[in-house]
Design a protein. Structure first.
Lengths: 675, 626, 152
């Protein structure tokens, strides 16, 4: 889920000469940006890289020469379209700039932003007294940055100009506080004079300015980078659908495969046409990610809301994959309808999708039939059957009662009542610790297999999402590297939970220069932001090690809790084989070239002339061994025993060796002889 | 009459002419806004009633027309075919006209026009000097056509040029005629219309976006009302012009942006559009051809800045009329980012004549030689509104290049009440004041600019020696201070500052340093403002400083207002001419004029608020300003 | 203003946000001002920020956020009117009505507004009351005009 930067269309370059410095810029670049590139600073009061140029203050007025003709333009909004020379210190430029600053000085004599520029450029107050002279140091200078920030950065358009001419002012409509305003503070931060103030009476942070600085940086990145990165604002997490398909990671037909020819039918461009509510969600004051999406005026074709207009909250990537490709449904309407009814009934879309996919595979494998399902043709792609199953679950009727109990229970029931092969059911039943898998194919990433199966709450990707690092970018070649990642990322992500913070702003938008850091996957620029947030809030300086340690204490405590609940040992950290490799002949043969190559190169097993079941067995043996090796390495890194039990020493180091904690682990340690 | 096609357009006109020919004559009642406010509708109704009473309704036809142009003389009635011109009519005058003129065959002498200079009665409209020197293109049908009848319009040849274009001209040929005419935009800056359209065609080819044509009827310059008059008089001429423009640039969609202050024009435009649509002259398959084009109206809500093209387009998009930088032009990216041709009413009204008679004929009129480049002169005619302290106020259309003196003295009849001509203000708030020594200026785009003023939309406000030029400058600055959108610093703060400085000068608090600061501020505004409203806002100040600097100095050095206008610097006084009639004392809102009947009255200066009512009401010119 | 009335106006303009200014003009005409709740409702219906409508309402002369009088007296301040004494006419109205320029009488009968050129320069100075024009109106005739409307 790291930011994927797409390269912009090639635009022709134009050569410009600024105060004698030659520089090439893409056509359409503003003169101000071109000057910055040439190392020349042109003063401005109303421009900011994160918002559209406005040309209001006129301080950036600059003399240029185009095709031999000289004229004055404002650098902030003048698009360079042909070769030109600019003279930022010519007599004409200086005279006009001084004049403009002097006009501002007449009205706002004490605003530092104005005074500093006026002094620097030799502007003097005029010979008359301005009728609207405002002596305040934090007067509003009508630059309009806040108005544009509220519109373009916060996507809210709350704060606005009013009146005209001398009566122009910045205000909330009717001068009343707006209920839409989340207090994000973007306007206050971008204001060059301090005319807008933020009062935080609930949290009383120690250093609000420090928090706002990093908050603003994030807002700015969302404004400038999101469209080229994850498009969280425009589609939300559903932007991942086609990316996952491209890397063979989009679960289809109960995780058998990672891509499908029909994926374009449910790709992000489709969702863009449905999704309407691109507004900040308001879950965090100041977060402009607007990740949540909604579809307005949706009309379900089944169920109690059939034929009525409803609002669908979503869809997110997990829903599209879980209730779409993974059950073979590629009709966006059906996905939205499942999304809507899951929400309405209080059912998790991931669990529903994964559980239904399991039932469907069992149906297609002959373990189930319509007699057993009460008439439901639970074949992959049957959206109508999936919806009916969902309605049955909500009513506590029919086959819905069975599927509604989840994959772990279904495995037992199908084996006991319907004569299913328990080993096969175990291999394809996508759950660990009783929770259904979330929607990524982890077969080709050993680290991710661990990330899922070792997760304390069950196979959710929010402890560690390592597929790209491991499989695509090959940054985790050894067990030790993988183990380190499976230590760092779960701890780091646990910290968001501890703080009550959201993970998305960490790496669903990345700093422009992220790639230049040695460990870009950790998004060091944003880690720094969180450190400053902590410090600004509490007044306490911390390092990343301190943060990891905070999490480790909680993480180990959670592990002990799992242990007490009977699900905290090595056997509970193993996933179904479907999450690790091909279970069926069909799966193997669909990617035979890849698997044969691995057998040859990694396993040292010559696939030539071997039957698929033979090759399947060889590959499985190898992958299961690999996984055991991973478990050993991770446990070691976490300070746990080979059975996955935190040692007394680990507990002591973390300062959680309370008697009632030690009491839980001691019998297990003794059993291993490790106490 | 239903849909009109290429083939039967002429016939519609002919039938209408034949219908009118059955009458003995036509009674053309001017129903322009000026005449209407003077009671023209009751003249029209009363006249019709009289005709019925005398059973003349089959012999004489009352035709309500748009603005005749000679607004000072309203209400106006012209009796055709002889063209007898009756002026300043009251309902009571009509019986005599019907009885003596229509029945008796003798025009009513006392109601005819008298030439101010000679005192002679001039019965025929064409002989009146006000009309004699005019040359009509944009106003070709004024006072003749019924603005509320498409058949009347067609009978005068309207839509003939459109038929010609659709029948045998390619869009590029229409564009070529417009280019050949050399016509420059009548709305303000005088940009060549042909070049504008050509850039639009290029932008459409480059971007593939559908173009739009817009008619700017947000006539904002105070003192200019030709656009209102053209729409009120001959709305179909404007629609035909827009159709031709749309055909030339390939637009299917057009807009008219019209001020809400012009209710009559709006009403007539809406009627004209509805009729044109009904008869297939707007909408799908115009005149039965493959050309389709329709127009929608946007109503301005009262903001001078919306005459600025980018502000106009912003408000057409339902936003505040705030201009944007024009580094990318409207013809490239205007209304909703589409290539947009914007011309004002008068320009559009000229187009049918250019296409109909050929661009060369148009180019032959006016100043300079535009055959090589439209920038080499000003072709065609221009409509001016001649107002202020002038005898013959009204709307005149004259060839470009005519001397200012001819307009003001020959057509305008000179200054009221034997006072002295002081200056003429042209170009609205963006223009300037031209002094008496430039009366021989040949009026065209470039000469006016050279003189420190500009053409603007064609307002000419004549000022006599009772006009204070500092006050005039302050008037324009205050007007603009109120009308500036407030977006950019130089315009917003500059206007506040300049108004403050002029205020101090008119109050007698000026200093020489202040005058320097005034000029400095004006120059910053001119160079650094975002749009033309701000950039031209200092023109009234700079032009009066240029020609009437001594008047500024009188305010500053002598603390005097030579024209007797600036309240703080003047005193009202009653001279010996007072007959003691007591009118002023009764009208004085301060009750500060006293005096016995038939004896010299006196103003109590302590309580006088210098409202000037006493001077207005005095029939003996006994109230003087010093 | 009831919903049905606003909805009628919105429907007239096809709920097209490009016609926001026209929609507000119609509201202004009906109500003689733009009530806050109506602006908020219209903003919702047109899917535009209420701040935009508020800016429009405070930007254009046609609009008012407080009720205007039954008769809006518009004194033309065009150049021709100016040189023929419009400022004195405006002063006279202010004096006779007892309101500042831009103000409304307490009985909500009159609102006094200066307007830019009404385009009737030939009959300057001009005053428009409601939809009626009064040409060549000198300050001394102001009382008579007010009387006409105060009674009617």
């Amino acid at each position: 889920m790291s930011g994927t930067t797409t390269s912009p269309d090639k635009v022709p370059a134009v050569e410009v000469e600024i105060d004698g410095h030659k520089v090439e810029v893409p056509e359409g670049t503003t003169l101000l940006a071109a000057a910055r590139k040439a190392g020349v600073r042109i003063p401005t009061l109303c421009s900011h890289p994160a918002v559209e140029p406005y040309g209001a203050c006129r301080v950036c007025i600059t003399e240029i020469e185009v095709r031999g003709r000289k004229r004055l333009v404002t650098a902030c909004n003048y698009p360079v379209r042909e070769p030109l020379k600019a003279f930022t210190e010519s007599d004409e430029t200086r005279q006009q700039r001084r004049g403009v600053l002097s006009l501002m000085l007449a009205r706002w004599p004490n605003v530092p932003a104005v005074r500093v520029l006026a002094e620097k450029h030799g502007a003097k107050p005029p010979a008359y007294r301005h009728p609207l002279r405002n002596e305040a140091t934090d007067a509003c200078i009508l630059c309009g940055l806040c108005v544009r920030a509220c519109s373009e950065m916060a996507w809210e358009d709350i704060i606005a100009f009013a009146g005209r001419g001398a009566g122009r002012r910045v205000m909330m409509p009717f001068g009343e506080p707006s209920e839409r305003c989340t207090g994000c503070g973007t306007c206050a931060y971008i204001c060059p004079t301090g005319a807008i103030k933020v009062h935080d009476e609930q949290n009383r942070p120690v250093d609000p300015a420090r928090i706002r600085k990093y908050g603003f940086r994030l807002t700015q990145e969302m404004t400038l980078l999101d469209d080229q990165q994850c498009q969280m604002r425009r589609v939300g997490t559903a932007h991942l659908v086609e990316i996952m398909d491209a890397y063979d990671l989009l679960p289809t037909h109960n995780y058998k495969f990672g891509k499908h020819p029909d994926t374009p039918k449910i790709a992000s461009h489709v969702w863009k046409t449905f999704v309407r509510q691109n507004v900040p969600d308001g879950c965090w004051a100041g977060c402009q990610m607007s990740c949540a999406k909604a579809v307005e005026d949706f009309v379900p074709r089944t169920g109690p809301y059939q034929g009525q207009k409803v609002l669908v909250d979503g869809p997110e990537y997990e829903t599209v994959a879980g209730c779409g490709s993974n059950i073979g449904v590629f009709d966006p309407h059906d996905i939205l309808e499942i999304n809507f009814y899951c929400d309405t009934y209080g059912i998790d879309t991931i669990s529903f999708g994964t559980a239904t996919a399991f039932a469907m595979e069992c149906f297609e494998a002959g373990i189930l039939d319509t007699e057993k399902t009460g008439g439901l043709e639970l074949r992959f792609g049957n959206g109508t059957a999936a919806l009916e199953l969902l309605h049955q679950m909500s009513r506590g009727e029919g086959f819905g009662v069975i599927v509604g109990q989840g994959v772990a229970e279904m495995k037992r029931i199908f084996a006991e009542k319907f004569g299913g092969d328990p080993a096969f059911l175990r291999d394809i039943g996508m759950e660990v610790k009783g929770l259904e898998y979330s929607e990524y194919v982890s077969k080709e990433s050993l680290a991710q297999q661990g990330g899922y199966a070792m997760a304390l709450k069950g196979p959710q990707h929010d402890e560690a999402w390592l597929i790209f690092m491991d499989m695509v970018n090959k940054q985790l070649p050894t067990f030790e590297k993988k183990a380190e990642a499976l230590h760092y990322f779960p701890m780091w992500r646990t910290w968001f939970g501890l703080m009550g913070l959201c993970k998305l702003p960490w790496n669903d938008v990345e700093p422009e220069d992220n790639a230049k850091y040695p460990e870009p996957n950790k998004v060091p620029g944003h880690v720094e932001g969180y450190i400053n947030f902590w410090a600004g809030m509490t007044g306490q300086e911390v390092t990343i090690d301190d943060i990891i340690r905070m999490s480790e204490r909680v993480y180990n405590f959670q592990r002990v809790f799992n242990l007490r609940m009977g699900k905290g040992t090595r056997e509970w950290d193993r996933g179904p084989y479907r999450a690790m490799g091909p279970v069926t002949v069909e799966e193997y043969e669909s990617r035979a070239e890849r698997y044969d190559k691995q057998l040859r190169e990694l396993v040292g097993y010559d696939p030539a002339g071997k039957s698929t079941p033979e090759k399947l067995a060889a590959l499985r043996k190898y992958r299961e061994e690999q996984y055991e090796g991973l478990l050993d390495a991770v446990y070691k890194r976490r300070g746990w025993t080979r059975n996955g039990i935190p040692t007394i020493e680990t507990l002591r180091n973390l300062g959680i060796d309370y008697p009632w904690v030690v009491e839980v682990v001691r019998p297990w340690l003794e059993k291993e002889g490790a106490a | 009459m239903t849909r009109i096609e290429l083939e039967n357009l002429e016939e519609v006109g002919r039938k209408h002419r034949e219908k009118l020919a059955r009458y003995e004559g036509l009674l053309l009642v001017c129903t322009g806004t000026g005449c209407v406010s003077a009671g023209a509708f009751s003249i029209r109704d009363e006249l019709r009633a009289l005709l019925e009473r005398h059973k003349l309704q089959k012999k004489w036809l009352v035709v309500p027309t748009g603005c005749n142009g000679f607004c000072a003389m309203g209400p106006i009635l012209v009796v055709q075919p002889a063209g007898i011109f009756y002026q300043k009519l009251g309902p009571k005058d009509l019986a005599r006209i019907v009885e003596e003129h229509l029945l008796g065959g003798k025009p009513v002498r006392s109601l005819l026009h008298k030439d101010a200079a000679s005192g002679e009665v001039v019965p025929r409209m064409a002989d009146i000097p006000f009309f004699a020197k005019q040359q009509l293109i944009a106003l070709r049908n004024k006072g003749l056509v019924d603005p509320e009848s498409i058949a009347s319009a067609i009978s005068f040849g309207t839509y003939g040029a459109l038929r010609k274009a659709l029948q045998g001209m390619k869009p590029a040929e229409v564009l070529a005629e417009v280019k050949r005419s050399g016509i420059r935009g009548r709305g303000g800056a005088g940009f060549p219309t042909g070049l504008k359209w050509e850039s639009c065609v290029e932008a459409v080819a480059r971007t593939g976006k559908p173009p739009v044509v817009v008619c700017n009827a947000d006539e904002g310059d105070p003192g200019a009302f030709m656009d209102r008059s053209i729409i009120e008089t001959d709305p179909h001429a404007v629609l035909e012009g827009m159709c031709l423009g749309a055909y030339a640039v390939g637009a299917r969609e057009g807009f008219v942006y019209i001020r809400k202050e012009y209710p009559l024009a709006l009403e007539r435009l809406e009627k004209a559009m509805a009729e044109a649509r009904k008869h297939g002259l707007l909408g799908e398959r115009i005149l039965g051809t493959h050309f389709s084009f329709d127009i929608r109206i946007h109503r301005g809500a009262g903001a001078f800045v919306c005459g600025e093209s980018t502000a106009l387009m912003a408000s057409m998009e339902g936003r505040v009329g705030e201009p944007r930088a024009k580094y990318v032009h409207n013809v490239e990216s205007g209304y909703q980012g589409r290539p947009t041709v914007l011309n004002n009413v008068e320009t559009w009204a000229n187009i049918p004549v250019i296409v109909g008679k050929g661009g060369a004929a148009f180019a032959a009129i006016g100043s300079g030689d535009v055959s090589q480049s439209p920038w080499n002169g000003s072709s065609g005619t221009k409509v001016f509104s001649l107002v202020g302290n002038i005898r013959n106020t009204g709307l005149v259309e004259v060839p470009m290049g005519i001397r200012l003196r001819e307009i003001i003295f020959d057509i305008g009849g000179g200054i009221h009440g034997g006072r002295k001509f002081k200056a003429v203000q042209t170009g609205g708030p963006s223009g300037g004041c031209i002094p008496a020594e430039l009366l021989d200026l040949e009026v065209d785009f470039d000469n006016l600019t050279k003189a420190g003023s500009m053409m603007g939309s064609g307002g000419m406000i004549v000022m006599d020696d009772r006009t204070c030029m500092v006050d005039v400058a302050k008037y324009f600055v205050d007007f603009l201070k109120d009308e500036s959108c407030g977006k950019c610093t130089p315009c917003r703060e500059g206007l506040i500052g300049v108004s403050e400085m002029l205020g101090r000068i008119t109050r007698g608090e000026g200093t020489p340093e202040l005058l320097d600061e005034l000029e400095r501020t004006c120059r910053v505004m001119a160079s650094a403002s975002l749009c033309q409203l701000g950039a031209t806002a200092p023109n009234p100040v700079l032009s009066t400083l240029r020609y009437f600097r001594d008047e500024y100095l009188a305010h500053i050095e002598k603390r005097k207002c030579p024209a007797g206008v600036c309240k703080e610097l003047i005193r009202y006084q009653i001279t010996k001419a007072c007959t003691g009639c007591g009118v002023c004392a009764r009208q004085c809102p301060q009750k500060c004029i006293t005096g016995e009947k038939k004896k010299l009255h006196v103003i109590d200066r302590k309580n006088c608020i210098r409202c000037g009512i006493c001077r207005d009401v005095c029939k003996f010119d006994a109230v003087r300003v010093s | 203003m009831n919903r049905a009335k606003i909805d009628k106006i919105l429907a007239r303009w096809n709920r097209d946000a490009n016609y926001a200014i026209e929609i507000l003009q119609d509201v202004q005409e009906e109500e003689r001002y733009l009530p806050q709740d109506v602006l908020r409702y219209v903003a919702d219906e047109l899917c535009v920020p209420v701040g935009r409508l508020h800016h429009i309402a405070t930007f254009f002369k046609a609009f008012s956020l407080v009720p205007r009088g039954r008769h809006v007296v518009e004194v033309c301040m065009g150049t021709a009117c100016h040189v023929k004494g419009a400022p004195r006419v405006l002063d006279a109205f202010a004096r006779e009505l007892g309101v500042p320029v831009g103000g409304t009488t307490r009985d909500l009968q009159f609102t006094l507004e200066p307007v830019r050129c009404l385009g009737c320069c030939a009959i300057a100075p001009v005053v428009k009351v409601g939809k009626e024009l009064h040409g060549e109106l000198q300050a001394s005739k102001v009382k008579t005009v007010i009387k006409k409307y105060a009674e009617g």
